[in-house]
Design a binder for this molecule. Structure first.
Ligand code: FDA
Length: 393
């Protein structure tokens, strides 16, 4: 089979791969992007509810999980969220800040994908979709065998993302090829994922699906103050998704359902001020009606607050402010927004994303053990790591 020669082959036409390809091609490199999907950037299109939360106004290494918390710093500094915003503005893509610095397209995520594909086109990137890569080997250069072609290139960029949403074509391809070249892979798990709470003692959550409330979700020293949302099988919402990435077997998550208020003190104060009020009326002033009812044990449903012992009120306050929870599971990669873990940064240069022991090999985007919080951080990592590799590959 005849070989086609390129300078750089990027595998994965997602956020990181496309941006890396355009960056390398701008330097005059002959770049080929291969993807097994029929369409490029499928995750960009569904992201942010179709409006793509493409970055965040404030991006720091602290917004990422990684075995090496400093690894992301260099790439994030070389190509920052401000740099990406400038690019978006140059392409006349209208955007707005939703909350907490999160930037979304006004119209559609198609604007971002269109911009990336346009940059690839302008700089002469060759994009081949519906390509199955069957084998990769390395001699003087890398040889990439697909079901249609054989390609040779001096640089190989692995950009196939993580395992979340397999129905969109997510695979562990990058992990397998990284291992083939001697790179370690930190065990992966679903991140930014809804949690399941089923059976005892979570029966009280049944029927609360759709109810949301302000909360602080905490695990160890990490906490997020945002909304939480009951689902059919447990909990979701930004606070819960954020903390889900940090959970381990090592302990319980705690949920404060009334942040900034000492619920026990409030209940005792209400008892003194309005002794004849029913407990459920008092709780309904603090929470959505369905949640207020679910929080009260059957025996206290009709109880007047004056008849409730201070001890009982303190226990109730404790449940409200400090609910210890161990999920029965997560909704898995099928519903996870990201994959925590991935190619170990110990084997990569933080300046270039290049494998230190394998010249010419680069790993970028979500496949690397760098996982962002909810809020545009994962795309920023895709842009920054893609830029770092695209500047040298
Ligand atoms: P990405 O997954 O984008 O691309 C990987 C590419 O590789 C795909 O095109 C895939 O087809 C291809 N591929 C996979 N296996 C292959 C193989 N074996 N051979 C060839 N090609 C292969 N983040 C954020 O910052 N803001 C947001 O609003 C959202 N919203 C969001 C919503 C939902 C529902 C999800 C699932 C995720 C998000 N994210 C997000 C996360 C964000 O989408 C994600 O982190 C980036 O897309 C990662 O970019 P990558 O380029 O690394 O992988």
């Amino acid at each position: 089979m005849a070989k086609t020669v390129f300078d750089v082959v990027v595998i994965g036409a997602g956020a990181a791969g496309l941006f890396c390809a355009a960056t390398a091609a701008r330097r005059g490199r002959r770049v080929l992007v291969l993807d097994h999907a029929a369409e490029a950037g499928a995750k960009i299109l569904i992201s942010g509810g179709g409006r793509c939360n493409f970055t965040n106004l404030s991006v720091r290494a602290e917004n990422f999980l990684s075995a090496n918390p400093h690894f992301a710093k260099s790439a994030l500094a070389k190509f920052s969220s401000q740099d990406f915003v400038k690019l978006v503005e140059t392409h006349d893509i209208a955007y707005h800040e939703k909350r907490l610095g999160q930037l979304f397209c006004d119209d559609s995520a198609r604007g971002i994908l269109g911009m990336l594909l346009g940059l690839c086109r302008q700089n002469g990137v060759t994009l081949r979709l519906s390509q199955k890569v069957t084998e990769i080997s390395r001699g003087a250069a890398f040889t990439v065998q697909t079901d249609a072609d054989m390609i040779e290139a001096t640089s190989l960029v692995l950009a196939t993302g993580g395992l979340s949403i397999p129905k969109l074509g997510a695979t562990g391809f990058t992990y397998d090829i990284a291992k083939q070249f001697g790179l370690a892979v930190i065990p992966v798990k679903p991140g930014l994922v809804p949690l399941r709470f089923e059976g005892d003692p979570w029966g009280w959550m049944q029927g609360l699906s759709g109810v949301s409330f302000e909360s602080v979700a905490r695990f160890g020293k990490r906490e997020f103050r945002e909304n939480a949302l009951f689902t059919h099988r447990g909990l979701s919402g930004p606070a819960v998704l954020q903390i889900s990435s940090y959970l381990s077997e090592a302990g319980d998550l705690t949920l404060n359902m009334l942040p900034g208020t000492d619920a026990s003190a409030l209940l005792l104060e209400r008892k003194a001020a309005r002794p004849k009020a029913e407990l459920k009326t008092i709780l309904a002033e603090m929470f959505p009606a369905r949640l207020a009812q679910a929080l009260l044990p059957e025996a206290l449903q009709k109880q007047v607050i004056a008849e409730t012992s201070n001890q009982r009120l303190k226990e109730l306050g404790e449940k409200i402010n400090f609910l210890r929870m161990r999920p029965t599971g997560t909704e898995g990669f099928a519903k996870a927004e990201v994959t925590v873990g991935g190619v170990d940064t110990a084997g990569l240069s933080s300046q270039t994303m290049g494998a230190t022991e394998v010249p010419g090999l680069f790993v970028i985007g979500e496949a690397v053990d760098v996982t962002g919080w909810l809020g545009g951080y994962n795309f920023q990592w895709a842009w920054s790591s893609g830029f770092a590799a695209g500047s040298v590959a």
